[in-house]
Write a protein that binds this ligand. Sequence first.
Ligand code: FA5
Ligand code: MG
Length: 422
Amino acid sequence: WHGTYRRYSTNLQDLEVNGVRYQRDEFTNVRPSILSHLSRNIYLQPNHPIAIVRSLIENHFGSSFTPITSLPPIVTPRQNFDELEFPADHPGRRPSDSYYLNKDWMLRTHTSAHEIQVFRSGIPKWLLSADVYRRDEIDRSHYPVFHQMEGARVVEPVDMRQLAQENKELERALGKVNIEVEDLSSTGEKNPYQPWHNKEHALLVNANLKHSLNGMIYALFGNLAAQRGGKPLQVRWIDAYFPWTGPSYEVEVLFDGKWLEILGCGVMQQAALARSSVPSDRVAWAFGLGLERIAMVLFQIPDIRLFWSQDPRFLQQFSAGQVTQFKPYSKYPNSSKDISFWLKDVEVHENDVYDIVREVAGELVEEVKEIDRFTHPSTGRSSRAYRIDYRSMERTLTNDEVNTLHSEIGSRLRDLFSVELR
Ligand code: FA5
Ligand code: MG
């Protein structure tokens, strides 16, 4: 992919963001259509569903957790990966998966990119919300820009006794509500505690993480009980792996008959925490959750692109502090078109195809699927085929309009990757 990718980036204009110039190099892969999201700040607009979910969570945790909402998205790979113990060859580092301005600067792929700096500032309990960027597939639940909230808590040895008390209270409160938590994790075995931790402290902090997040989940989803016909809210904890936490978990909520992953979390690895100059006798937990995932469920928003809509028919439906059911104004017809091509000398990564589609058609694309991948047995030539579903959330697209977009996508694929359209 590397060769491909170099060709791809040479077509960019000079890269300047907020008055800062970034020298292009072989890592550069951000596109203007992505950079245009940097100034939107939808998570800061009080009446926007993303901001409403953010406030619900902030209110649930209360004023002892400091909200942080102003950290810009351009970070170093060191912040996004190295400080969090990501190995040098981790796939997330590849330009095929992440957006780079150049080899030294990138768009954060998760809010965890700021953990070390926030711990370093000495704030013991905090909630950080921000836009994050990932090169990913295109469908109704994936968009290259989404929002995460990171939460963390650092506990000092002198506070452990109080933490035990707090855990009891949290557990008691959860016993009184209609929630069923299934713990499928194997903490202590395959998902071990850290050997250098005081075992008793590690157990208390781990339990506090679980109770705190179960409480938060109930606060968010508990009042949807009517939709579940009075059945308990089902939550499950499963083992996960993150390089900077141990034990590590993911949490899923049963919604509409499907398990929906809403967050990843764990007890901070002491090596990562030490990087923030946090004294070695403290133990911390951290989590990162997807605000869109939660907002889609709470507000019944069927397509992730809607969050970016500037249409008053969308925006005027929501107001601060209120969870209301989204009323679709209309579902406009879609237009499905295939594109297929022979590869020439360069491999084409599917994320490059998705970026070109977004670049040309933006939010007018609902989904892109690879429908065929074929290598001719005698000539050895390879072909690819993609199906692109065009649909506006706001109006009916004309045939001419769709044809123009579709042929522009073809031309760009041809110009950038020298593919031969079929
Ligand atoms: C992370 O991003 C970790 N930084 C979470 C974490 C924080 C772990 C602190 C440990 C300690 P993950 O890639 O699983 O993990 O993403 C976390 C959540 O973000 C997911 O559970 C999901 O709710 C949301 N998310 C991830 N990818 C997408 C996507 N493409 N679209 C919408 N939401 C997403
Ligand atoms: Mg995950």
